[in-house]
Design a binder for this molecule. Structure first.
Ligand SMILES: Nc1ncnc2c1ncn2[C@@H]1O[C@H](COP(=O)(O)OP(=O)(O)OP(=O)(O)O)[C@@H](O)[C@H]1O
Ligand SMILES: [Mg+2]
Length: 290
């Protein structure tokens, strides 16, 4: 590793090597290596069923990988979700998992309990003797709600939030465990274009706070704007990895997507727009040929 006096030292935050996950006869993830460094936003893309979420589940201890190991800042992680969170990896889920009948603030407090001595129940039940820690927790939780733009809704029930804000709340809750690495599984799924842009800004802001990010997303434009590096999974295997512009132009990636179209496939809407625009251009410049 090279270091200079001006640039901060790059360290490896996540180092997954040879991760394989088999379900019976199906190999959902096959010998995948992936690193994420400090200060980086790394994208993980691939067609439906490629193994992206399964890989996240292997990283976070939800699944015990059939083979391979996952290290965080140089320490191999035991495959237990709470130990992984405690070590410093937080995540959001493809299918939103919030406590629907708790308030927005309470959801974030739940996210904090791995970082506080008083634990979940005293945080929620306000047991005596823990007031001070609890106040600090609430202060931090409110800070995170400000940061994610949800402070005005602190007392709303999570289930009453619109979809886009539920996704943001999941991020706020993940941040409450004070992670060094944040894993986002389709953070903009179901968002409108404005919400997607806001999510992009939020993820940049998270990175700027010194948290490395690994993000799964089908919205290729979003991924290419956001990520320093992109890895492509196809049928459980990492077929390409590199800077966004290199990956975008890679024939294997194009073939993987074209070979297996999925809902919202990259470029489909644009291609249709271009075609329509070209059609219009022809009819206005060349008159009536079609
Ligand atoms: N618990 C499980 N048991 C059996 N098979 C599973 C399990 N979890 C995932 N799979 C299978 O592993 C493969 C990869 O699924 P996964 O959900 O990881 O894909 P993905 O890339 O996240 O897809 P999507 O983009 O649709 O979310 C699929 O064939 C899926 O059916
Ligand atoms: Mg998935």
């Amino acid at each position: 590793m090279t270091t200079t006096t001006t640039a901060p030292t790059t360290t490896t935050v996540l180092d997954a090597s040879g991760v394989t996950m088999r379900f019976g006869g199906l190999t959902a993830v096959r010998s995948v290596d992936l690193t994420v460094n400090t200060g980086e936003i790394v994208g993980l893309i691939g067609p439906n069923g490629a193994g992206k979420t399964t890989f996240f589940n292997c990283l976070t201890g939800l699944y015990v990988p059939t083979e391979g190991k996952v290290a965080y800042k140089g320490t191999v992680l035991p495959p237990k979700p709470h130990l992984v969170t405690q070590a410093g990896i937080a995540r959001t889920f493809q299918n939103i998992r919030l406590f629907a009948n708790m308030t927005v603030l309470e959801n974030v407090l739940v996210g904090r309990h791995t970082r506080t001595k008083e634990g979940l129940w005293s945080a929620l039940l306000r047991l005596p003797g823990f007031r001070k820690a609890e106040e600090a927790s609430r202060e931090r939780a409110m800070e995170l709600l400000e940061f994610t733009g949800l402070a005005a809704k602190a007392d709303h029930l999570a289930r009453n939030l619109p979809y886009g804000e539920q996704r943001k709340l999941e991020i706020a809750r993940a941040l409450a465990s004070e992670p060094g690495l944040l894993l986002l599984d389709e953070p903009t799924a179901g968002m409108n274009p404005q919400e997607t842009r806001a999510a992009e800004e939020l993820i940049f802001a998270i990175r700027d706070q010194g948290i490395a990010v690994l993000v799964i997303e089908h919205d290729i434009r979003f991924i290419m704007n956001l990520c320093d590096r992109v890895a492509v999974l196809v049928q459980g295997e990492k077929i390409v990895e590199g800077p966004a512009e290199v990956v975008q132009a890679d024939e294997r990636v194009i073939a993987a997507y074209l070979g297996e179209p999925f809902e919202g496939a990259p470029g489909a809407a644009e291609a249709a727009e271009v075609e329509a625009a070209e059609g219009d251009a022809h009819s206005t410049t060349e008159g009536d040929d079609k």
